[in-house]
Design a protein around this ligand. Sequence first.
Ligand SMILES: [Zn+2]
Length: 423
Amino acid sequence: MRVISFFLMGGLLLSFLHAGRLSPLSSEPDWKRLHDYQFTITRERFEFLLDHVFSVDRGMRAYLRISPESLTLFSDSSKTTPLFSLFFSNEFSSVRPNPQEIRYPQNPLGDRPLQGLRICLDPGHIGGEFSKLEERFFKIEEATPVEEAKLNLMTCRLIESMLLLYGAEVVWTKQEELPVTKIRPEELHDEALQWIFDLGVERYLPVESEILKRANMLFYRTAEIRARAERVQDLKPDLTICIHYNAGDWGPNPLIPKLVEKSKLVLFITGGFMANELKYDDQKYDLMAQLLEQNFEQELGLSSKISDRMKEVFKMLPEQYKNWPAVIPMKEAPYVYARNLAANRWFRGPTLFVEGPYMNAKDAYERILAGDYEGQREIQGSMVSSIHHDFALSVVQGVLDYYRQLKKPLEENRKFSPAIWNP
Ligand SMILES: [Zn+2]
């Protein structure tokens, strides 16, 4: 074990005691930004989203004081340090429109059904020289190695070409196998150490390997996704789609990966903040910011349509989680769960996190090794299009299905808005 200097340890401990209410690599949230949401939501609607989507274990309520007219959010559960107050809209107050502008396709039943929409593609993971560090790389015996970031990019390129045909504008969080963030793991040792202290030193002795592992995670997960979130913020897309390929259990030794029998499919939408995450003020802020955007129905509707198409083309069952409170199943859509993933938490605007077939399942592995190709090929005895083509097409068709069935988009999306409109 490395000897950590007394001063560093003391300093970290002090900073933990005084400012330990922020999660690693976060800064003090700018609560003023949420003032645009005053009078934009009723109390009933707020509580519905809070209890059914965003804080299902009711952890957020420990920091909230809710009256019929307003809420106050506190930093502490003893409710002595207020962070933010919000007035609800009700029959006595005027109702303001949601400041987050939502655009819809101009003519979803026309030739260019997605015209008027800006869709952002977010191919998961960094890849390239970082694919091993981010643990998104495997190789079975002498076969070609599988790198998830490459697969995600390949699928996203096909999604782009299809979306363009349908008239959408396409933007990207990244298009290379390079990090978006300028930060590197070597710069994150102090933050990694702070994180370990925060988790409880007795559980995670700050040995060098643990510090390195957490510095890497802070790099490829926290810093990278935050950098991408800044891009999303600047690009202001109407929808962001994060594309991933999933993986099943690697077996007892991840260095000798095993293939599992069958893939399962899952899509994540924003929500599912857990009580232990909400002790951090930045997570409280993210919950409020996401809830107040009121994208829930849109994210659920889109994910549900995409999952219908994926189920049809891949014939794979939905992921089912047992005893895992971090995922909130959506009754209406068996493939969709609300979950507090970094991308869902930080990307502004409607965000869908789509997990394709398992890279290490017998029903997908051969197709993944085959890469992308034109037309159909015989793989494992059946003629199939490339897995990238099938994945991309089901995402794009799901998006089309969603917008085509929306009759009156604005009313539909605002169906829980108060009946009284008095600008
Ligand atoms: Zn992934």
